[in-house]
Design a binder for this molecule. Structure first.
Ligand code: SAM
Length: 279
């Protein structure tokens, strides 16, 4: 019988099971358990602490949506911070934009970057890009007391448990706000709208305590529990629904049309925030 991996994702009432064709790596870093295996449909999969982080087949949905919505809503993104994202997929997408002069890649666990370099060559960014600066440290620490010189901060962390919880606090959002230039924008993944309505609403509420503009968009991700995945955005003043730059990069999913339709309809958003979404 084929070997199976059962995911142990937090806050999830469904157990996802994947066929394991071959285990390519199984070990531990100072921070977490790391595993890479091959699945006949999804290709190579990266697992941290028994939670699926990405698959070769569908990673582009998440990485393109996490990055390009804001990269197109901002009029001139030059300095970008990516927190987490050790597989390099989000940084790869940010670096597609020629206007970008500097990317701080702030991943707490260097081993995730090393493993991704070895096993996910199609996912990881060009680590030699001169615009890139890698910092292996807590993202909350990185943004604390920075000068206000950043255009976009992107959080590509693990679920809001353990050492990733610092990235979902009011204190962290306040540090992010201080680190941004006047047109600055922020995005973080915020769990599933089908399974985690309360978490999504809580992230939105916390962001609203800090930022004047807060919004929500979604994307379909087959390998994240609940599948209807949310991305919470905040900005100093700019409406993230509006594209302010021409679309001129190669993508598989993101496009101006997707940008326009990705945001949660206003009526549904109102229901979410007034706790009337019960499912
Ligand atoms: N969005 C993907 C998911 O939820 O499945 C995340 C992929 S990426 C591999 C997540 C990375 O965030 C991990 O490598 C983890 O080490 C990093 N991370 C978690 N908390 C962090 C923190 N506080 N500062 C910097 N990196 C962090």
């Amino acid at each position: 019988m084929a070997k199976k991996f059962s995911e142990a994702a937090p806050f999830v009432p469904i157990e996802y099971r994947y066929e394991v064709q071959k285990v390519l790596y199984k070990g531990k870093s100072k921070f977490q358990k790391i595993m890479v295996f091959e699945n006949p449909y999804f290709g190579r999969m990266l697992i941290l602490d028994d939670v699926v982080q990405l698959t070769e087949r569908d990673e582009f949905f998440y990485h393109e949506m996490l990055t390009h919505v804001l990269m197109h809503a901002h009029p001139d993104p030059r300095k970008v911070v990516v927190i987490g994202g050790g597989d390099g997929g989000s940084v790869r997408e940010v670096l597609k934009h020629k206007c970008v002069e500097k990317v701080y890649f702030v991943e707490i666990d260097k081993k995730v970057i090393d493993i991704s370099k070895k096993f996910f060559p199609s996912v990881i960014c060009d680590l030699k890009d001169p615009r890139l600066e890698i910092r292996n440290m807590d993202g909350a620490e990185f943004v604390r007391n920075r000068p206000s010189d950043i255009d976009i901060v992107i959080v590509d962390s693990t679920d809001p448990v353990g050492f990733a919880t610092t990235l979902f606090t009011k204190k962290f959002f306040a540090s992010v706000k201080k680190s941004l230039r006047p047109n600055g924008m922020f995005v973080t993944h915020s769990e599933s709208l089908s399974l985690h309505v309360d978490i999504v609403a809580e992230v939105q509420k916390t962001l609203k305590k800090v930022f004047p503009v807060v919004d929500l968009f979604t994307a379909p991700i087959a390998t994240y529990p609940g599948n209807w995945w949310t991305f919470s955005v905040a900005s100093m003043k700019l409406d993230p629904r509006k594209m302010r730059r021409k679309f001129g990069i190669r993508t598989k999913y993101y496009s101006p049309e997707i940008h326009q339709h990705a945001f949660v309809p206003k009526g549904l958003y109102k229901k979410l925030m007034s706790k009337k979404l019960k499912w």
